[in-house]
Design a binder for this molecule. Sequence first.
Ligand SMILES: *Cc1c(COP(=O)(O)O)cnc(C)c1O
Length: 425
Amino acid sequence: MSDAISQALFERARAVIPGGVNSPVRAFRAVGGNPVFIARAKGARVYGEDGAEYVDFIGSWGPALLGHAHPDVVRAVQEAAEGGLSFGAPTAREVRFAELVRSFYPHIDKLRCTSSGTEATMSAIRVARGFTRRDVIVKFEGCYHGHADHLLVKAGSGLATFGVPDSAGVPEGTARTTLTLPFNDIGALEEMFASRGAEIAAVIVEPVVGNMGCVPPAPGFLQAIVDLCRAHGALSIFDEVMTGCRLARGGAQERFGIRADLTTLGKVIGGGMPLAAYGGRDEIMSVVAPLGPVYQAGTLSGNPVAVAAGLATLERLVPELYEKLESLGASLEEGLRSAASDAGVPACVQRVGSMITLFFCEGPVHSWKEAAACDTKRFASWHAGLLSRGIYWPPSQFEAAFISAAHTEDDIARTVEAARASLKG
Ligand SMILES: *Cc1c(COP(=O)(O)O)cnc(C)c1O
């Protein structure tokens, strides 16, 4: 249960904002509680309006890789803001930003900045369609790629949480150009290409899924996507809005040694500001206006303040940071697993780097069908237990938790203790 101040604010919010929130999962509906209204955040902590302190594992749903309000990032934002908030003109900083991103993702020759991950994936799909002159998109059940019409089909987390398989307001004709397959099912993908390969413009995937809880790719799955696309003249799109710069500086593609045709980035690359990007090989990105016939634009794209936050973040992505995230992740994984096992609760802990989920089922979870079989009631009561013990965990079984470089082994130990107590009820 949230505090009295949050409850009063939530009541006011619900009168003026649909469901009281500006993005659905924030409403805590999946766990049946009310959201905590956050006043401020620093490092690995968020603070409620009533002053309560929480160890944060939501991390703004992914961006806060360095922890909240990192002094260098805040300074960069302040300095940029002094120089003007937006020009709608090219800037030196965005060139530097693009060069830096390209140095992390060597298979991205060119990239375009957008303001949200949704715009990045939507634009990457348009580019793939424009480049291949085909219409059909293949996605996987439980993968979320933002809220563009043609991607709101079997899209995990927020939608899964509310049991809305498809959104209202999406024309049937649009949804019909999107084919969905089970995640990690290479056979189903091969069959799809065998029957409709000539129509397929692109296959889009979360290389490690975060939006049905943390689900890693089966060995060979990602390579099969890239290879099948290549063989059939389609493009592979790795949606690294969540995994990009989180699982490694070069994202899941660096981690697994694989290269997609198009990559989408967001969350971490904006350092907490609205900034995302899509990019790929030169020949593909050459279809984007003003070079080519695929139109895509944005008044605030490459916004100087957002780019300053992104640059300050990217400049701090050193190897030691990922080593730290890995060891904190391993401690949390081990701690949660032993807590669940000691409590005799059927559970499985899945983690890749700093993305982690405790699923309330025997597991392992490879697909949306298996994730959906979890005991979400048990998750809800565990979540409430964590919250009451000062741990701010994602309020849905189907959202990965995030560790930041600001967390300490102490934070992890405290979290494991709270998890243990909350499993007992
Ligand atoms: C969050 C997310 C998006 C959408 O990004 P927004 O900035 O919320 O529009 C797209 N794809 C993935 C994999 C995401 O996790």
